[in-house]
Design a protein around this ligand. Structure first.
Ligand SMILES: Cc1ncc(COP(=O)(O)O)c(C=O)c1O
Length: 403
């Protein structure tokens, strides 16, 4: 009999590049909890865990679907009713598309993965903002494609540096990722910047991948689709029910492929990939039409609650010596900067804060900023009273840390 094999089974090397700090850091938090300290989780942008509630008419729609036997596989591109509703919503946002150019996905996340997989070969380049939502770099690591990072500037309200983007374009550029409104910075881009970004994609003939998951959560009112700047340009818009419709666990999202016929091949490739995973979560697809064409009045209250928390966050953090933050204009994230002592990193600050106070933020380098720059991300969905006590503790810890 041959001896029993005991060597550990290797994992693919590509996993080394698949880093998602927002969840990876939870391992550290669990150790702090195991040592008996309560952890206050400010790492994940999930409104539900902070008491915000999914609109009841969406829950009713899913329940009706479940009880009326809608439990089989859905069409791989999604049920027609949902695709029509997304097309109508895109038109409302200034991006008219046919339902046939909409694919229903398991959240924005799956749309991003499908699009990048359809677009990029190993070695190709994709323009990604810094800081970025980390799924983009993680998916590129999986594909073997290369993120090429463009600057967004905290001194200019975290706006993208369009000249920098221009200087990074090469024959290997396959797409430009734009996250507007932005996670992690909370920035909303002005019209001139949006127009320049769309023109770059149009002129250089690569798609602009428009992550618009926070479009309805800008405090001054919903942001139009970036594709509206030039309807012939190759733009793919991504969104979901996760944030503005308060149903992140449902994994109900979509992508809409705009522009003239330049993206027809990419759309066909995405649909081919979508066939392979059969469908997104069928019953949840039945909430998409009620969400997008039904009552969305919950968003007024949500935006007002977010604006109040953003103002509290900005004023309290800017009052701490050594910390500065750009006021967010949308969503529930802020990206403060702490002026670090020489030799210290953003991770030192965030882990120190966690161990000393139980407050869990994510270090900026998890979003691509330099460790020595001292950025960290705060999710400000907790109640104003809780946030206030959190900012007291961040102030106290920062005074000690910088002493
Ligand atoms: C910018 C951005 N894109 C995509 C996602 C993923 O969203 P979904 O739940 O729709 O997959 C998030 C989630 O936080 C996000 O912040």
């Amino acid at each position: 009999m041959s001896p029993r094999a005991t060597a550990s089974i290797p994992v693919a090397t590509r996993i080394g590049g698949f880093v998602y700090a927002i969840r990876n850091i939870v391992t550290e938090a669990r150790k702090v909890e195991a040592a008996g300290r309560k952890v206050r989780y400010l790492n994940i942008g999930d409104p539900i865990i902070f008491g915000f509630q999914t609109p009841p008419h969406l829950i009713d729609a899913v329940e009706t679907a479940l009880r009326s036997g809608q439990n089989g596989y859905a069409p791989s591109a999604g049920i027609l009713e949902a695709r029509e509703a997304v097309a109508a919503d895109c038109a409302r946002r200034g991006m008219p598309v046919l339902p046939d150019r909409v694919v229903i996905t398991s959240g924005t996340s799956e749309g991003i993965e499908l699009a990048l997989t359809a677009l990029a070969e190993a070695g190709d380049e994709v323009l990604i903002p810094v800081p970025t939502y980390p799924l983009y770099t993680a998916v590129l690591a999986k594909i073997g494609a290369r993120p090429v990072f463009y600057r967004t500037d905290p001194a200019r309200g975290w706006l993208p540096d369009v000249d920098h983007i221009r200087s990074l374009i090469t024959p290997a550029t396959r797409a430009l990722v734009v996250i507007d409104p932005n996670n992690p910075t909370g920035a909303v881009y002005p019209r001139e910047v949006r127009r320049e970004l769309v023109e770059l994609a149009d002129r250089h003939n690569f798609p602009l991948l428009a992550d618009e998951v926070y479009a309805d959560l800008a405090y001054d009112g919903a942001v139009p689709a970036i594709a509206a700047e030039n309807l012939a340009a190759p733009v793919i818009s991504f969104s979901s029910l996760s944030k503005a419709y308060l149903a992140p666990g449902w994994r109900a999202g979509w992508m809409a492929v705009g522009g003239d016929d330049r993206l027809d091949g990419v759309l066909a490739a995405v649909k081919k990939l979508a066939d392979g995973r059969l469908c997104s979560n069928g019953p949840m697809e039945h909430a998409i039409a009620p969400a997008l064409v039904g009552d969305r009045s919950h968003q007024d209250q949500f935006r007002a609650d977010l604006r109040a928390r953003a103002e509290l966050t900005t004023s309290r953090l800017n009052a701490i010596d050594g910390i500065s933050v750009v006021a967010p204009a949308a969503a529930f994230y802020a990206m403060p900067k702490v002026t670090l002592p020489p030799g210290k990193t953003d991770e030192d600050f965030v882990l120190g804060l966690l161990r000393a106070t139980g407050i869990l933020c994510v270090y900026g380098s998890g979003f691509g900023t330099r460790p020595e720059d001292g950025f960290f991300r705060v999710v400000f969905l907790a109640s104003p009273a809780e946030l206030s006590s959190i900012y007291d503790d961040i102030g106290e810890f920062t005074r000690e840390f910088l002493r």
